[in-house]
Design a binder for this molecule. Sequence first.
Ligand SMILES: Cc1ncc(COP(=O)(O)O)c(C=O)c1O
Length: 393
Amino acid sequence: MTKEWKTRTQLVHEGSRRSQYGEMAEAIFLTQGFAYDSAEAAEARFIEAGEDEFIYARYGNPTVRMFEERIAAIEGTEDAFATASGMAAVSGALTSMLKAGDHVVSSRALFGSCLYVLEEVLTRFGVRVTFVDGADLAAWEAACVPDTKAVFFESMSNPTLELVDIEAVSAIAHKVGAIVVVDNVFATPIFSRAVAQGADVVVYSTTKHVDGQGRALGGVICGTKAFIRKVVEPYMKHTGGSMSPFTAWIMLNGMATLDLRCRAMAEAAARVAAVLEGDARLERVIYPGLYSHPQADLAARQMGSGGTMLAFDIKGGKAAAFRFMNALEIIKISNNLGDAKTIATHPYTTTHQRLPEAQKVALGITPGLIRLSVGLEDPEDLIADLQAGLAAV
Ligand SMILES: Cc1ncc(COP(=O)(O)O)c(C=O)c1O
């Protein structure tokens, strides 16, 4: 790892491995396996593989390794393990370290699939899970007990953009010896330095900003070498959630422009939020970069930005929200985020549909709520499209 390089240089060069041809672009090693010079060499590699020695693509691959080294450098962690999707990263990070009887504390405001892993999967295997309001430090303090093994939260929640104070919650968790796992997807690797702020493990869905063009599913778990290679890797390589070399190549290419894209998208998101705030057709506009956001100070301190996502509640509920979405031209109705294309999502009927009504109410997922992932189009065109949508309400 080349620590003295700045982020944008790391995003272009870190982890590069070149074959004997000295190729400029990262090569895709589309191979499931690797030939050994002798039976003895095969035996030796299975006992312990060296830095540049690979066994099988489920265990590791040169293209995947480039991606892991690049993102670990950005994240400031010793190592990383690339996974087949963001959910493989979330479930892998937790399942690889937990056992029956362990206790986990998690914020309540989570993406539906994260909630499923914590509520339905881990509990089925005897893990006890306590959910808390992520913004309430006293609730974290009360829930973290000596047998708490892990603490999990989305640093900015999907879809209502509630922040969790990484530094404060990590300090509470560490007092009881718990491992802090942060899903940092909404904050992006550019605006958040979760490990520097106290987290132990950071997970991403690289399907989002890292790819940035909506092409491939992927994920990554970042942490210490001991955690990644001794806890995560054995679990992932034997259960099959590893990233494919082709996906790693897509992610490597995405990373070169990650910083530029996230900053341009955040700038546009701030502009859109400022225009929408105060519009009489909206109940509320949620954007952590607005002074009206209850955690604006925390967003500024923790991310130095309001991020690339915003949400707003259209008066008139589901019917009005649907009229709005159906009138959009540039902005696409979909459910990914962090894409170059701006995306409007109706969480109530799609990403969070599975949740019982009471839980949706508790999380602020109302029938009028729209989640907007701001892309790379000209912000003025986006604003015109949003205005046309609102006119149709
Ligand atoms: C906060 C959060 N975590 C995890 C995921 C899962 O990522 P993937 O779809 O790559 O499995 C998502 C996807 O929307 C997400 O929003």
